[in-house]
Design a protein. Structure first.
Length: 220
């Protein structure tokens, strides 16, 4: 724990990268912020290729923010290249340091109870995230285009994360906090939109579900 490539740290870096991205909504002239977004992700990719995969999500995010222009694409490309260019210039890295990642499927790496535990945990988190996200769409549809774009981006990140969990077992511990973050955001939005007298009941159900999953995990 606490290392730069841990899932919690990666989740924090992605959140920091999202801040300048969201600020570019319908303002493609803010190319410096696009540069900063991809620069942060590129710095992370120096420690783990898992960061680089999320570049796809952020490129889609630029489209959703309506800030994807040729200048924006160039800013993103420069942001990605800059950390590598600097380290290469100082002789810290060379082309020989780079190798293609080896993806190990979750189904090939685990079996039995361990596989079942990961599938159930991921399934529950995914169900809560997309379930509450679907309910939120009914409300968010009435909101402005900015809010809809933000929510759409989180859905893209969630989808990519779920795919990575199953195809890249080596970085499973990195992807789970990101999936938790995406689902927690959708759940938080739901209770913000539905601030009713008995809204505490679903919260207690969620706490009870994860408590049961934790007890199950330590009993295996």
């Amino acid at each position: 724990m606490g290392q730069f490539y841990d899932g919690t740290v990666m989740c924090a870096i992605l959140l920091f990268a999202i801040i300048p991205l969201f600020s570019t909504f319908q303002n493609p002239d803010l190319t410096r912020r696009i540069f900063l977004t991809f620069f942060l992700i590129s710095i992370g990719s120096l420690t783990s290729y898992a960061y680089a995969i999320y570049i796809v999500a952020f490129l889609v995010g630029c489209l959703q923010m309506r800030s994807f222009t040729m200048r924006g694409l160039m800013a993103a490309a420069i942001g990605i290249v800059t950390p590598y260019w600097i380290l290469w210039g100082f002789g810290i890295i060379s082309p020989s340091n780079f190798t293609l990642p080896e993806f190990v499927s979750l189904f090939n790496a685990l079996e039995g109870r361990e596989l079942a535990q990961i599938i159930v945990y991921t399934g529950v988190t995914l169900f809560l995230g997309f379930g509450f996200g679907t309910l939120n769409l009914m409300r968010i549809y009435r909101y402005n285009a900015r809010t809809r774009a933000y929510n759409g981006f989180w859905l893209v990140v969630s989808l990519i994360t779920v795919v990575l969990i199953f195809v890249d077992y080596n970085n499973l511990i990195i992807y789970l906090p990101i999936l938790n973050c995406c689902s927690a955001l959708q759940i938080g939005h739901f209770f913000r939109f539905n601030n009713q007298l008995r809204s505490y009941i679903p919260i207690l159900c969620i706490i009870g579900t994860y408590t049961a999953l934790y007890i199950w995990s330590i009993s295996i």
